[in-house]
Write a protein that binds this ligand. Structure first.
Ligand code: BDP
Length: 483
């Protein structure tokens, strides 16, 4: 085995006189790999990657179980910290606009069911749910973005709730958001603005930090909102889902979404003008709860890593992957949760989570990473780095590549989303003679639900001219830290 791969390596090196074959991985079928190249431009400088890039979003309904977001729910606390010690937890979703605050002593506003909605009575958020959440936030070190109910039209109740959150969470409260995807129930931006302003006024007067508009897919709303309210806000936000779950598939997910990044660039121009961060405050692969066999398999890890880095490259501060329990997400959609039963512990934990959630499990069964989690941690390795421009020739494969400077080190990520074609990537422009620590994101197949890993895979070195060729097999990603 060793001799054969050495021979192959030497053969491969002979074919590539310009780039040292610096990686021990050798192709089974020689010559079939896409010949790609990625030339780093060390003189250029791009966006700084916010340390809170990897962030999460959960339904408000999750707080109805005060043992879930709780300081002593150690398994969940550990996974949050493992994902990102500097993350931001956003609480909201459809259920935030279907929730009344149980601690409110004023006159309860009247709940109006949604159009075609099956929920006839609102969810009631109890003080113990909030107290436990505050403990969870302290235990994880995460910041909190908390959504109040706009749909019900009670600024008084929202103020009381927001003040309670601030009192419990203190400095870790990053912002209050007013309403979730108000585009689903307000006729147009003007109507939304008219409903939003009375809330913003009272929250602002009470010294609470505000962010928004937390709209669905309405880039124009974000821009209009920024123009009117930038000064009152700590960040701008909107949501992102590629499509409805019914239309989802692995090939669709891996195809990319260039049109969306055009919208991100539009928002960033405005955000920069007002010096405000922009966060995707909720999002994932497919709305309507995610698609089984797509949102919860290895392909979602490649999608998630690529998506986050594409956002970071454009200056987006945070990507909040929506998730949580199957119960909370199905309820947010007016459906009854039906978790599959049986199987081993991995399958049982998996069944407890919404299909797109990055984390699965329950307090009783314990928690585990979903495939997406590993993709998120790959991208999060760019935290605090300064993106670098680079020239990519994907050689015909569905391949993306990103580079950044992190202190004295240079980071490179190569994501091969191609189901068929291995890629051999000739890197150039690296620090001369640099040593690289290599990690790989991989799984048995694109549709693997388990056995996904993002783990060390030895070392590579750049030649005296700063070149190195790295194999990135189909349906896998590589991350290298050069120093
Ligand atoms: C978003 C909602 C969230 C849903 C999600 C979905 O804010 O509550 O769970 O869609 O459809 O629009 O999966």
């Amino acid at each position: 085995m060793v001799n054969k791969s050495r021979r192959n390596l030497l053969k491969a090196a002979a074919l590539l006189p310009l780039a040292a074959a610096c990686d021990g991985l050798v192709w089974g079928a020689e010559g079939s790999a896409a010949q790609a190249s990625f030339a780093l431009d060390m003189t250029g400088s791009g966006r700084r990657v916010d340390t809170s890039l990897a962030s999460l979003s959960y339904e408000t309904l999750e707080l109805s179980d005060p043992t879930f977001f709780a300081a002593d729910n150690h398994g969940l606390v550990r996974l949050f910290r493992e994902m990102n010690p500097h993350g931001v937890l956003r609480i909201g979703g459809n259920t935030s606009d279907d929730t009344v605050w149980g601690g409110y002593k004023g006159k309860m506003p009247t709940y109006v069911p949604r159009r075609h909605g099956k929920l006839l009575q609102p969810h009631v958020l109890k003080p113990e749910g909030l107290e436990a959440l505050a403990g969870f936030v302290r235990a994880t070190g995460w910041k909190l973005v908390f959504g109040v109910n706009l749909r019900i039209g009670s600024p008084e109740m929202a103020l009381d709730l927001a003040q309670t959150v601030q009192h419990l969470v203190g400095d870790q409260l990053l912002s209050i958001q007013i309403g979730n995807e108000a585009n689903n129930y307000e006729h147009d931006y003007a109507e939304f603005d008219a409903a939003w302003v009375p809330y913003a006024k009272v929250l602002h007067a009470a010294g609470l930090p505000i962010a928004g508009p937390d709209t669905g897919a309405n880039t124009d709303w974000v821009i209009e909102y920024a123009k009117r309210h930038a000064r009152e806000n700590v960040f701008l936000s909107r949501h992102y889902y590629r499509e409805a779950a019914e239309n989802g598939s692995i090939p669709d997910m891996l195809a990319g979404d260039p049109g969306f990044f055009g919208e991100v660039e539009q928002i960033m121009r405005v955000a920069d003008q007002y010096a405000l961060p922009f966060r995707i405050s909720e999002g994932n692969s497919y709305y309507n709860g995610g698609r089984d066999g797509t949102s919860n398999v290895f392909a979602s890890a490649l999608w998630g890593a690529d998506f986050m880095l594409a956002l970071a490259q454009r200056g987006v501060a945070g990507m909040h992957f929506h998730g949580g329990t199957l119960l909370s997400v199905e309820t947010s959609l007016g459906r009854v949760a039906k978790a599959p039963t049986g199987g081993d512990i991995v399958a049982q934990r998996d069944a407890q989570a919404s299909r797109y959630s990055a984390i699965a499990g329950s307090r009783a069964l314990g928690y585990q990473q979903r495939p997406l989690f590993h993709g998120i941690t790959l991208a999060q390795r760019f935290a605090g780095a300064q993106m670098l421009p680079g020239q990519l020739d994907a050689g015909g494969a569905n391949l993306t590549a990103y580079a950044a400077k992190q202190g004295d080190a240079v980071l490179v990520a190569m994501i091969n989303k191609d189901a068929q074609r291995d890629a051999s990537v000739a890197l150039s422009g690296l620090p001369h003679g640099a040593k690289g620590e290599l990690m790989r994101l991989r799984a048995p197949a694109l549709d693997s639900r388990r056995d996904v890993s993002f783990a060390a895979d030895g070392h590579v070195s750049a030649d005296a001219g700063g070149a190195c060729r790295i194999a990135v097999p189909k349906a896998s990603a590589a991350w290298v830290r050069w120093a």
